[in-house]
Design a protein around this ligand. Structure first.
Ligand code: UN1
Length: 499
């Protein structure tokens, strides 16, 4: 197993870059200190933002397909450095190797998507009501895009935003989580390789990484020179960020908490459901915004499913996420483990029966826990709260209507799914009276979305959409143009104004 310093060096982060600063970075694998990083000072933020504005003045004039070429090169460099960057994700976020690599693959995928998009930033031609007139809608670059990311997906959500922003003509200022700044610095090394190959057309300051806490983020949130602010993180963070961006009439793209459920109907393929449940409840140690947190099971199969799950949970290997065979790595830190234990105590007090969930002494210095299955008598307060840990609450239902009502009766609205072989149930779940989430799946768990669809959700999830579909429109400004090629000047709506 390489040392932490070797893993970082392989990703282009030398020891001298990682010492002498005030931000202590620890690996969740073993709690070891891996860096003392220099933080961006608040006094430097105006210059950072001015640099991004300068980059915007140049980048918006580069044709979009050329901008796509830079993103194509970024995708190539990510492919070449996939193993090294994936290892930094594992080191700093604690993901198992396959999930660290998967996160880098998600970056590569969105680069591919954005390259194609760079030739498809389509506008519209609109029928004018006036003779000799033509109306069009054109999409233009918008300006610097601030991207605030969370520890649990330290690189992919940056890529969803940055790949689109860059082809749309917007420079990016990235503030990673204080818990995972090294992933951002390692990504910047890769980005710089792509820029070096691309050449002078890429202005200085196209991507800047700022390291620090809330203050540094706040400088982006409140600046009128950062017209787009995309933030991934907790609902609490989004509730602080959203109104501040709105107060200056900026555009925010918020991807916040989830409290994702699966309905398991009587006809479900239970073996498939068990595999989907375990991956989505336990994968990434329950620290995805899409993690499965609530299981709403038909009473006729509840006992059987819980027995199968208890057996599957019992066979999970918990430990160093770099080891082959490990499926459950550490929580991000001791605070997360404490939060998990507090949630379990609350669940017990609210009538829950807990299986698992105890801390595990897997690697000294790390915060490891056995994933918990909690049978609940009802959807109590703790079930309606997102706890970022591997806790799965199990509840029963009688009618589909009741199950859908439970699924929707939480503050969050990110992801959801149903396991059923009954087409009426599946289609009802996906219909206007079904799931109220941004993501609704059939016979697939709630986590592990592909990049091609729009990603995000409603209510406390913040309403933003990132990644695929037409999410790119969030990074551009729309211009409606009416051109009069006649020799008359008719007014719309038949208004007469003769002078
Ligand atoms: C997140 O947890 O913030 O759908 C993002 C998924 C991943 C992205 C998760 N593709 O689980």
């Amino acid at each position: 197993m390489p040392s932490h310093a070797e893993t970082l060096a392989a990703a282009g982060l030398s020891e001298t870059d990682l010492i002498g600063g005030s931000l202590t970075v620890r690996s969740p694998l073993d709690g070891a200190e891996v860096a003392q990083l220099a933080e961006t000072s608040l006094a430097d933020m105006p210059a950072v933002i001015a640099r991004a504005q300068g980059a915007f003045a140049a980048w918006r004039q580069v044709p979009a397909p050329r901008r796509g070429e830079l993103v194509r090169l970024l995708g190539e460099e990510l492919r070449a450095a996939k193993a090294e960057l994936g290892a930094v994700v594992t080191l700093e976020a604690g993901k198992i190797t396959s999930e660290g690599l998967g996160e880098v693959q998600e970056m590569i995928d969105i680069c591919d998507f954005a390259v194609g998009l760079s030739r498809q930033l389509y506008g519209l031609t609109i029928a004018s009501e006036r003779p000799g007139h033509r109306m069009t809608e054109t999409w233009h670059p918008m300006g610097p895009c601030g991207v605030i990311t969370a520890f649990n997906f330290p690189v992919a959500p940056w890529a969803w935003n940055a790949a689109l922003a860059l082809v749309c003509g917007d420079p990016v200022i990235w503030k990673p989580s204080e818990k995972t700044p090294l992933c951002a610095l390692a990504t910047k090394v890769i980005f710089d390789r792509a820029v070096a190959r691309f050449g002078d057309e890429a202005p200085e300051g196209l991507l800047q990484v700022v390291v620090g806490g809330v203050d540094v983020g706040e400088a982006l949130v409140t600046s009128r020179d950062v017209p787009i602010l995309s933030a991934t993180g907790s609902t609490r963070m989004g509730a602080a960020v959203g109104p501040k961006v709105a107060a200056r009439f900026g555009r925010s793209i918020l991807e916040l908490g989830g409290n994702n459920a699966m309905i398991v109907a009587p006809s479900a393929d239970l073996d498939m459901a068990v595999r989907a449940i375990v991956f989505s409840a336990v994968g990434t140690a329950g620290q995805r915004c899409t993690s499965l947190r609530r299981l709403i099971v038909h009473n006729s199969i509840r006992e059987d499913l819980v027995a199968k799950l208890r057996q599957a949970y019992g066979s999970l290997t918990i430990g160093d996420p770099r080891e082959d065979g490990t499926l459950v790595g550490p929580l991000i830190d001791q605070g997360a483990l404490d939060g998990m234990q507090a949630a379990l105590s609350a669940a017990k007090a609210q009538g829950g029966t807990i299986h698992g969930g105890t801390p595990v002494d897997a690697v000294a210095g790390g915060a490891y826990a056995a994933p918990a299955l909690v049978e609940m008598p009802a959807q109590t307060d703790i079930v309606r709260t997102e706890t970022f840990a591997p806790i799965l609450y199990v509840m029963g239902y009688e009618t589909l209507e009741e199950a859908i009502a439970m699924q929707n009766d939480v503050p969050q609205g990110l992801s959801s799914c149903i396991f059923t072989l009954n087409v009426r149930e599946a289609e009802t779940f996906l219909s206007a009276v079904g799931s109220d989430c941004g993501i609704a799946n059939v016979n697939i768990g709630p986590s592990g979305a592909e990049i091609g669809g729009a990603f995000g959700g409603e209510k406390d999830t913040g309403g933003g959409r990132e990644s695929g579909s037409d999410a790119w429109k969030g990074y551009m400004r729309r211009q409606t143009s009416t051109v009069n090629y006649s020799a008359e000047l008719p007014l719309a709506q038949g208004v007469k104004f003769d002078i």
